[in-house]
Design a binder for this molecule. Structure first.
Ligand code: NAD
Ligand code: UDP
Ligand code: UDP
Length: 316
């Protein structure tokens, strides 16, 4: 099945924001890509430019059902990622994280394949340690509105490490921090897409709470480079490893930058803070620097320019 360094690689959630960029990079490296997606939040449009490539295959499938295919490596990204989407059908979100992980690990076990898990900074919950190192166990509400996602992803990590210890599966677990860039879903309510679209339309810019909560935003190209480096590490490296940009901004600072870069006439308005909204978030990327020789290279201002250009074009 393998010729030279060319591999057949499965990307679940491949028609989503991060997945579509990952598929693109893997094709650029000469690999064959099997993109599996149920199109809950992803779209064929995100991968339309790849459909003419003979090494690319798109398959409609829900990862909560078993999947029997032959591949060399698996990237498991399938899961709605923004609060609006993962809270739409919380039971399905938990199933996607947990049963999806079991199915992908079962597939990896049968194929003896390496498997990557797109975990999240949400495993740290509303943290009392700042910035968050991988060794921090987190502070997560098990019964709240974010729990279907947070606890689903935590259980998926548990399954990855148990399959690794019990069955010797090579695993790579990445804890992804807030990421932005072209092909973010326009209606997923995430802060970068919301603020950019509001600014471009000269609509009110919605700050939840007083806008003093912080996030650290990583541009998508930097993140995908981190994924590829993690997948290439030797078998002793399992993660979990933080991948994100340590540059920390308040949401109000982000809004000011978006207004400046778009030249918008929008005004800022304040809305109630959603329940369990973390106050602060910033990755400690000491491990990623040491193990992957990786750190982000694209500053927020530059990444936002590219993201704004994408949304401007999509508005026509
Ligand atoms: P996205 O919503 O754009 O992509 C998720 C993809 O998974 C979509 O294409 C969706 O249709 C698909 N999907 C959902 N449920 C599925 C199912 N049951 N079967 C098959 N496909 C399914 O979100 P994204 O931002 O690209 O996130 C990708 C992954 O990265 C997710 O696992 C998410 O939890 C993780 N992550 C993302 C961020 C971020 O800031 N973008 C941060 C932390 C973690
Ligand atoms: N599985 C899959 N594809 C495969 C192999 C397994 O989707 O190629 C699924 C299978 O449905 C099973 C799950 O992965 O429910 C876990 O597999 P495992 O071998 O760990 O469990 P078992 O089959 O023994 O229940
Ligand atoms: N947020 C905001 N205005 C918006 C959308 C989000 O102020 O229009 C805030 C939100 O309350 C949170 C932060 O921005 O504090 C990041 O939200 P997002 O949903 O993007 O990511 P997450 O909370 O999952 O990190």
């Amino acid at each position: 099945m393998r010729y030279g360094n060319t591999k057949k690689i499965l990307v679940t959630g491949g028609a989503g924001f991060l997945g579509s960029h990952l598929c693109e990079r893997l094709l650029d490296q000469g690999h064959e890509v099997l993109c599996v997606d149920n199109f809950f939040t992803g779209t064929r449009r995100n991968v339309a430019h790849l459909l003419g490539e003979p090494r690319f295959e798109l398959m409609r499938h829900d990862v909560t059902f078993p999947l029997y295919v032959e591949v060399d490596e698996i990237y498991n990204l399938a899961c709605p990622a923004s609060p609006v989407h993962y809270q739409f059908d919380p039971v399905q979100t938990a199933k996607t994280s947990v049963i999806g992980a079991i199915n992908m690990l079962g597939l990896a076990k049968r194929l003896k394949a390496k498997v990557f898990q797109a975990s999240t900074s949400e495993v740290y919950g509303d943290p009392e340690v700042h910035p968050q190192p991988e060794a921090y166990w987190g502070r997560v509400n098990p019964i709240g509105y974010r729990s279907c996602y947070d606890e689903g992803k935590r259980c998926a990590e548990t399954l990855f490490f148990d399959y690794h210890r019990q069955h010797g599966i090579p695993i790579k677990v990445a804890r992804i921090f807030n990421t932005y860039g072209p092909r973010m879903h326009p209606n997923d309510g995430r802060v970068v897409s919301n603020l950019v679209l509001q600014a471009l339309r000269n609509e009110d810019i919605t700050l939840y709470g007083d806008g003093s909560q912080t996030r650290s935003f990583c541009y998508v190209d930097d993140l995908i480079e981190g994924f590829l480096r993690l997948m290439e590490t030797d078998a002793t490296v399992t993660g979990p490893i933080n991948i994100g940009n340590p540059g920390e901004f308040t949401i109000r600072q982000l809004a000011e930058l978006v207004v400046e870069l778009t030249g918008s006439r929008s005004e800022m308005v304040f809305r109630p803070l959603p329940p369990d909204d973390p106050r602060q978030r910033r990755p400690d990327i000491t491990q990623a620097r040491a193990v992957l020789d990786w750190e982000p290279t694209i500053p927020l201002r530059e990444g936002l320019r590219k993201t704004i250009a994408y949304f401007e074009k999509s508005l026509g």
